[in-house]
Design a protein around this ligand. Sequence first.
Ligand SMILES: *Cc1c(COP(=O)(O)O)cnc(C)c1O
Length: 340
Amino acid sequence: MAEKLDYSNLGFAYHTPEKRYVANFKNGAWDEGGLSGDSNVVLNESAGVLQYCQQVFEGLKAYRWKDGSIVCFRPDLNAERMFRSAAFLEMPSFPVERFLSALDEVVKANADSVPPYGTGGSLYIRPYLFASGIVIGVQPAEEYQFRIFTTPVGPYFKGGATPIALMVSDFDRAAPHGTGAIKAGLNYAMSLHSHEIAKNKGFAENVYLDAAKREFVEETGGANILFVDREDRLIVPKSDSILPSITRRSLLYVAEEILHIPVEERPVRFSEIPDFKECGLCGTAAVISPVGKIQDHDREILFQSGMEKPGKIMTKLYETLSGMQNGEIPAPEGWIRKIV
Ligand SMILES: *Cc1c(COP(=O)(O)O)cnc(C)c1O
């Protein structure tokens, strides 16, 4: 292994992996692709990604189970989402089946760096696709590169989940009919400014409202938002400019089919928020981060579940889904891809 790692103290950081997967698109076709020992990418100064930000990405994890096996959680959905993201930015999509076999290859090659079972750590996997070809007039490039690298990460919350505080952003994340529903680096580039503002004011993240009217709740910079109402229903904002989170989709299924919690997926007015009991953010990184309060300029909205501990329903959802990922609770058919 390249680096000796202390698995109990890993944060979320890049540690150079032994191997990464690389494939190139040239002359209208993807080449065979394969593993590479080189962590650097050398590009022409006028590469499309550097000039016009043609880039899309994914994020998922490999988990070590008690029996030593290594699995991924619903990676077919990451492959399909990246396929759609690429098409929207006029990039050649990487075939879903090839995405999955590349994933197997790169996880196997880095199996030594998947944190042991019980540490709460996992192997974070970053597939991405960018324009490597030269452009200067505005147009899609003709050459692209697809890569997958991995890096071991620690548990998202050390010593149990503590609720976070959010603030309502004065900026917008995604316009109606824009790129909000695709996973592209460009959506993050423009969120950095408001993220720094939130961080400097002591908030963990921004809540973005709908860009057209600022009436409806969209999501945060990098995670979807969930609420629990007074009737213990799971309330999930619906909008075409929200990134379709795989964690959210899985949680909705778990809520309805396994825990028998009623689910409502619909546009959610910001004015409804004070009526909700619980709030959480969902995504691959944390599964669910409980939210204790949301600051809307001078007004503080404190959820009933408070800032001390996660709400009851969020806890149940979190325990069930992370139990499936860690092999402690059986998952629905097709959700687990065993790699090693
Ligand atoms: C990736 C991402 C999410 C979470 O999606 P998961 O598939 O659950 O990891 C949510 N919002 C945004 C903006 C994202 O980029």
